[in-house]
Design a protein around this ligand. Structure first.
Ligand SMILES: [Zn+2]
Ligand SMILES: [Zn+2]
Length: 454
């Protein structure tokens, strides 16, 4: 998929009209006539174009929560959400729109009808079709253990804020892809790619506690209120409100539960594994599924451990939603690690550099050989993992951070200078940072941190 066109837009100064349209996209407020595309390659990469809106919305939410006297977005939890979002985007750089190619192949060879790509009715039909399939994809992600192993990343935060909207599994795009394939029998690929993105953007802002209710819109749309219930780990919150943009699918298929006054929602996983390390959050549950698979001798049990619902086991058929609520869940203390101020400043500085580096890579990746893109994506994911280790105050973090800072300087010597990955002053900065951590590693100085909730 050619996504270079959108970067021209990214680099140019946005107009007021462009900003209003960009903000409207976050709420699916779009003029269909201005968003009709014939080819997949013509569809702009709205995920990437929307990162400035993600950050602006998150900042606004933080300010609103603070004004309401609440704690706001925690730095460590917010960084973890953004890191997982970059894992997802990094994965997209590696597989270069392969899902769209697969969808196009099915549409080319097996379509049943030829819908006109430039007609508003096709646009509306595509919007409805994508949202209907999103419901089933999301439901499958909660009811099939191996799919849940990926989707659970989205449910790992103990907070509920817009950052959670971008906290996704690297494999999320692939997880329920089969659920979307039937659309290829009718809906043109460009329409699918477009609405798949709109759906994802809409799902961002409904992750918030700063909006209580949207009045009559609650009957039709998925709203922050409905989605708060979906993210709870209390039994009454399990397996409900799977909808994407519309909540009507849950009402039709019996999985709707409204938020009620006095509901005390405890966010996070039932069996919580709190961490700020994105690699751990992305992988630990898959490791658990593999261990369950290997733990059975019987092949029926092995397959059920992978493809049945997460609560399945051979001796107990009770679903999580039917279990009695554990009162201890309400006294669960949120996982938190308080780092010294210098460490937070260091982390934010290096995090900003990696964010800029990722933006730069996104801009020029089509001019690079795939192996170079793969190496740099791996470096960025490795960096985010080390930042997570620092946020977790892992004793191994200093050695990893020292290695990470040295590695980018070495990498710079092997890369084409025209890529502008890291210039001389930055190399010096990274070397100084590596030296700084050398002191921590070999003088055994510890980061004085305070952990709680584990
Ligand atoms: Zn979910
Ligand atoms: Zn969500």
């Amino acid at each position: 998929m050619n996504v270079s066109g959108c970067y021209d837009n990214m680099e140019s100064i946005p107009t007021l009209g462009g900003v209003v349209k960009g903000a409207g996209r976050m709420f699916y407020l779009i003029n269909p006539k201005e968003n009709l595309y014939e080819n997949v390659d013509d569809v702009p990469n709205l995920y990437v174009q929307s990162w400035p809106y993600f950050f602006t919305f998150m900042l606004l939410e933080h300010i609103v929560l603070k004004l309401k006297g609440k704690k706001g977005v925690r730095l460590n939890d917010g960084i973890t959400s953004i890191s997982n979002g970059i894992f997802l985007e990094g994965g997209r750089l590696i597989w270069r729109g392969a899902e769209a190619y697969l969808y196009t192949w099915v549409h080319t060879h097996f379509r049943l009808v030829d819908l006109p790509w430039d007609h508003t009715s096709t646009w509306l039909f595509a919007a409805l079709g994508v949202d209907f399939c999103y419901y089933w994809m999301h439901r499958a992600c909660h009811e099939i253990h191996i799919l849940w192993a990926q989707h659970q990343v989205h449910h790992t935060s103990e907070d509920f804020n817009m950052g959670v909207g971008i906290r996704q599994s690297i494999l999320q795009g692939w997880c329920g892809f089969l659920c979307y394939v039937p659309l290829a029998l009718a809906i043109p690929p460009a329409q699918f790619v477009l609405h798949h993105q709109f759906s994802y953007l809409y799902m961002f802002w409904i992750h918030t506690e700063s909006i209580k209710t949207l009045g009559p819109l609650e009957y039709i749309l998925n709203t922050p209120s409905h989605h708060r219930i979906h993210h709870g780990s209390n039994p009454y919150c399990i397996d409900v409100n799977y909808g994407g943009v519309l909540i009507i699918w849950d009402k039709l298929f019996g999985t709707f539960r409204p938020e009620k006054e006095g509901d005390k929602i405890v966010y996070g996983l039932i069996y919580n594994q709190p961490s700020f390390n994105p690699l751990h959050l992305q992988t630990f549950y898959t490791g658990y599924v593999v261990s369950r698979f290997r733990g059975y001798d019987n092949w029926v049990h092995k397959l059920r451990a992978v493809f049945s619902r997460p609560s399945w086991n051979p001796v107990n058929a009770v679903r999580f939603k039917d279990m009695a609520e554990d009162p201890a869940i309400h006294t669960r203390i949120k996982y938190d690690v308080i780092l010294p101020r210098w460490c937070s400043v260091y982390l934010l500085t290096h995090y900003a550099l990696i964010l800029y580096g990722f933006h730069h890579l996104f801009t020029i990746h089509l001019t690079m050989p795939p192996l170079t893109v793969f190496t740099l994506v791996l470096y960025i994911m490795g960096s985010l993992t080390v930042f997570g280790m620092i946020l977790d105050a892992s004793p191994r973090a200093p050695a990893f951070e020292m290695t990470r800072c040295t590695l980018i300087v070495l990498l710079a010597y092997f890369l084409d200078p025209s890529y502008g990955v890291i210039d001389a002053p930055l190399q010096l900065f990274y070397l100084a940072s590596g030296l700084f951590w050398f002191v921590f590693v070999y003088k055994t100085v510890e980061i004085k941190s305070v952990k709680q909730g584990i």
